[in-house]
Every structure is written in structure tokens, then in C-alpha cells.
Design a protein around this ligand. Structure first.
Ligand code: ATP
Length: 369
């Protein structure tokens, strides 16, 4: 099997799942297909139901209604241990008194796999996570990242069809977490196993996933590639949840052609790319990421294009210079420009009057909510 590309064949199918706790509906009529070899991330704020979806797939919770199919077999009433699905939890849940080897071997022993078969399989799994040297150690003799890798080795040793990861990297410090993100993605490609990863960290979701579903209050609000989710958010919730974004209030003046309208954005007339069904006078939102905005110096005191404002904060970030600009309306916008010492345009002084501009068509236009 070519493990690098997910197959467009669902391995997990959730059909109309409902789950309540203490009379409170957490998810209802939840539908999702996850493809073979796919790295799918479930992203959403705390309490939106991500873990509940994962636990239903794992068989750690029973669905009130609906069906769970695994490779076209109905597993809705099949106990967790018979589902070919493993879970890696945030806490890793390693057995402290057992060696790394025995931790990884545990599941195989429980399945009564012959002892002479266990040794090569455990060592293969440990090699995969580069921990074969550590087989005789106990968990407390390992770093957090190494413990996390043992948990992954233990979860892949019996070759599950699906690996569920619940906030599995969140206990690691920033640097280690970045490293583990890359390693996990590489491992997933190598193994060709479907990974379903739960996180509330949007940066992590963008960098690791083939596909992201964004959840809010038990519902899927957007389902797409990381790029689609970042560049074409379907609504303000997704736009604001994934990274920084500037939201401008605007009013439609007139439609110019199929794709473009003339609108008043922060008091200035601009052409805006918009394929929404809008008419004159409608309120809309124009969304722009900080890295899509530029600051231009005002030579004759006023801007030919763009929105006038004053630089109120400048933060040097190494690669970029981030500015907070206060517009004449009082609204603040974030601008992130690539820093180049030879480019004076990017070195604005505090309180300087500037024009905030952007490349037409980079904006996202949404209806007012
Ligand atoms: P987080 O990112 O904080 O882990 P989440 O999106 O994973 O959040 P869930 O853990 O799925 O959210 O929880 C969704 C809702 O269901 C929450 O309001 C939670 O309190 C509730 N809940 C989850 N499990 C149970 C349970 N066993 N008993 C009662 N309520 C529960």
C-alpha cells in the first residue's frame, strides 16, 4: 500500500451519532467519514465534544443512537478491545513498574500472542520510535518526549486500523512538542495507519493534518484541508479560532461584476472580492490575516488607497515585524510584515501615520452575523 497518500475509502464511518451526559445532549446526529491512511484532526474549543467523539469511536463510551462502522463492519455494540482501534491519551498511561519493553508487549501478551513472536514485534515498534536502546528502562528513567513515544509504540504494536490521539502532545514543552509533531506525522506516513488526533491547538492542527474538522458545541462547522480552513474559513467562528484575523465592518455600495463589489470598509471605498449574494446597503465582514496586510508611508499626508491609521505598537519577531495600527475609527488592526532591514517601508516608527493596504482578492468576505 502506498502509505503517503490517504485512500479515498472510509475506514471509520460515523452515522447519526447521539450522546448525552446527565440529560445534556453533547453531540446529536453526528456524521463523519475518515479515510484509510488519513491524518484527521478534530479541532475545537474546550467542551465542544472532541473527546466524546474519540471515546465513541474507541468504544469507551456507548452511543445513545447511531452507528459506527469500521471497515464497513458495524462495531457500535462491539467492546473496545475488539475494535482494532487504539488510543494514546494525554497522560500516556504507561505502567510505571514495567520496563519499556514490557509496556509495549503488554497488549500482545493480553491477546495471548506467542512469546517468540512478541520480541521481534516489540523491538520493531521501538525501533520505529527510535527507542530500541531504551527497552530495559522504566518510564521514570525517560524524558517526557520519550515516554510519549513509548505510548505510541505500545499503541501501534498490534497494528490497529485506527489510532486515536487525545491531546497527546499537550504535556510536552514547546520545543519538544514541535519535534514530536514532525515525528508523529512521519510515523503516520510510514505506517499508513489512520490517525484521528484531537487538539484545541490550531497551529498543531494546521501543521500535522491532511484534513481538519472544526467543531463547535457538538457540531462540525467546517471540514477541509488545513489550507482551506485557514484561507477560506466558512464563518467568523472558524476564522477567529484559527490564528489571528482582522475583521472589518463593511457596507456594500454596488456590484461591479460576478466576483467584485465596491464597498465602504472602515469609511473608505474599496473594491472587494465577493461572490456572496449581496445587494446595496448590506452589511458584510471583510476579513484579512495580519500577514496579508501591508503598511504604506503617507507622503502627501493622505492615502490614495487603504485605510489610514497610526502605528501604536511595534514588535520585532525575528522573521517579521508585527505592528498594531489604530485606525481613525478607533479600531486596532494587527499587521505582520516580513522584516528586511534594507526595506525602509517595513520599519515604521511609533505613532507614524500610515495606510493599511492589502492585495485585492486576499480578503475573505462573510455575511454579517
Ligand atoms: P476538552 O478540549 O476540554 O477536552 P472536549 O471538546 O474534548 O473538551 P468533551 O470532553 O467531549 O469535550 O466534553 C464535552 C462535554 O461533555 C463537556 O461539557 C463535558 O463536561 C461533558 N462530559 C464529557 N464526559 C462526561 C461524562 N463522562 N459525564 C458527564 N459529562 C461529561
Amino acid at each position: 500500500m502506498n502509505a503517503t497518500q490517504p485512500l479515498k475509502k472510509p475506514v471509520v464511518q460515523l452515522r447519526g451519532l447521539c450522546k448525552s451526559f446527565d440529560g445534556k445532549q453533547i453531540i446529536s446526529d453526528f456524521k463523519l467519514d475518515v479515510n484509510h491512511g488519513e491524518f484527521l484532526t478534530i479541532l475545537g474549543p474546550s467542551g465542544c465534544g472532541k473527546t466524546t467523539v474519540l471515546r465513541l469511536i474507541a468504544g469507551l463510551e456507548d452511543a445513545d443512537e447511531g452507528t459506527i462502522l469500521l471497515d464497513d463492519h458495524d462495531v457500535t455494540r462491539i467492546p473496545a478491545e475488539n475494535r482494532h482501534v487504539n488510543t494514546v491519551f494525554q497522560s500516556y498511561a504507561l505502567f510505571p513498574h514495567m520496563t519499556v519493553f514490557d509496556n509495549v508487549a503488554f497488549g500482545l501478551r493480553m491477546q495471548n500472542v506467542a512469546e517468540n513472536e512478541i520480541e521481534p514485534r516489540v523491538m520493531e515498534a521501538l525501533r520505529m520510535v527510535q527507542l530500541d536502546q531504551f527497552a530495559p528502562r522504566k518510564p521514570h528513567q525517560l524524558s517526557g518526549g520519550q515516554q510519549q513515544r513509548v505510548a505510541i509504540a505500545r499503541a501501534v504494536v498490534n497494528k490497529p486500523k485506527v489510532l486515536l490521539l487525545d491531546e497527546s502532545l499537550s504535556a510536552l514543552d514547546y520545543k519538544l512538542r514541535k519535534k514530536m509533531q514532525m515525528e508523529l506525522k512521519q510515523l503516520q506516513r510510514k505506517l499508513g495507519i489512520t490517525f484521528i488526533f484531537v487538539t484545541h491547538d490550531q497551529e498543531e492542527a494546521l501543521s500535522m493534518s491532511d484534513r481538519i474538522i472544526v467543531m463547535r458545541s457538538g457540531d462540525i462547522v467546517q471540514d477541509g484541508s488545513p489550507r482551506e480552513i485557514y484561507e477560506e474559513p466558512k464563518n467568523l467562528f472558524v476564522a477567529r479560532f484559527i490564528g489571528e484575523i482582522n475583521v472589518f465592518d463593511a457596507t456594500v455600495i454596488q456590484r461591479l461584476d460576478e466576483k467584485r463589489i465596491m464597498a465602504t470598509v472602515e469609511g473608505r471605498q474599496c473594491q472587494v472580492f465577493c461572490d456572496l449574494d449581496v445587494s446595496e446597503g448590506d452589511a458584510i465582514k471583510v476579513l484579512l490575516r495580519p500577514e496579508d496586510l501591508r503598511l504604506e508611508e503617507l507622503h502627501n499626508g493622505d492615502a490614495a488607497s487603504g485605510i489610514v491609521g497610526y502605528v501604536r505598537e511595534r514588535n520585532y519577531k525575528g522573521m517579521t515585524l508585527d505592528s498594531v495600527v489604530e485606525l481613525e475609527s478607533g479600531k486596532s488592526v494587527m499587521v505582520s510584515e516580513f522584516f528586511n532591514e534594507d526595506d525602509p517601508d517595513v520599519d515604521h516608527s511609533l505613532n507614524q501615520k500610515v495606510a493599511v493596504t492589502w492585495v485585492e482578492s486576499w480578503e475573505v468576505v462573510l455575511p454579517d452575523e
